[in-house]
Design a protein around this ligand. Sequence first.
Ligand SMILES: [Zn+2]
Length: 361
Amino acid sequence: MKAAASESLPPLARNSHAMHCKLCLSGLPFSQVEMDSSRIALGFYCLGTLDLLGVLETKTTPSEREAWRNWLWEQQTHGRYGSGFKPSPYMTSDILLDEESEFDTPHLIMTYTALMSLAILRDDFSKLDRPGILKFLRSCQRGDGSFSASPNGGEADLRIVYCAFVISSLLDDWSGMNVDAAIAYVQRCSSYEGGYGQTPFGEALGGTTYCAVASLYLAPSTPLSPIEHRLSSSERSRIIRWLVQKQTSLGGFSGRTAKAADACYCFWCGAALNILGAGDLVDSAALASFLGKCQYQFGGISKAPSERADPYHTYLSLAALAIYKPKGTNESWELPQVDVLRNATVDTALWARNRIRAGEV
Ligand SMILES: [Zn+2]
């Protein structure tokens, strides 16, 4: 079923969405308190929203941006497992409780989001401990090829593998991992449905399918796994079919079979289809219509119409709209191109790649 024509879309409330994220960035209102354990990730979605809307320079001051850069660098830790970023000043790890380093254990997802946030803030990365990051990556890879979020323990799944792949691509150095083992792990997460589960034999999910597809395209060719043989054409078709079926009659995507549409999956499923070269199968007018209805009246975008907004769904909705621009709409819907593999604007991803690359100081 086709949704309403894009001509009838409401304006994209850019200013309100920017203010929602600016507010969350500066004070973490009560509705976001439960996210304190991952403040770096929350900061990434807020900064990413301002970046996508092209208002970072106008809605924030140079001293605010400097304060955020300094705060992010304060989360970089150095220890026997190498260097990475911890989730927030108050985060304690659930492993190594009897060891001195417990408060400083770096976290892979937070390291990825910290690096991207610093790139959005146009940091020069002179404080980055590149050899330390590679050592940290090595200490997180497990025998089955997967990565745990923290060294020698913690959760291990495709999301964390994806973060390790993006970090390696930004360093342009893959010596922090056994690439073949990691790719084999990704392939083992393929589900009979066509999408990818969070771990082998898991139910196919939109977010982890994105992580799998992006990872398979990010990793360089190896003798054992040439990039062109990583996905057979029948496998590719199966993934595309599963992803396309996730676009619901409301225009939004759902994250798993027989679930309701949720704004974040417009990015996870839409971006995966774009990477697979199947973006023309997305009904972009219906997608924009759904996301237009998810705009919260006081700013920000929510997971579904009439729900409360948050920076996570705001950022991912805008990123989805940047990939699938609705045709014939007014300029409020204009968004910059995104680097779909690294989940940032093309300009930010390029900044990160040019300055994080190993060997440059
Ligand atoms: Zn969601």
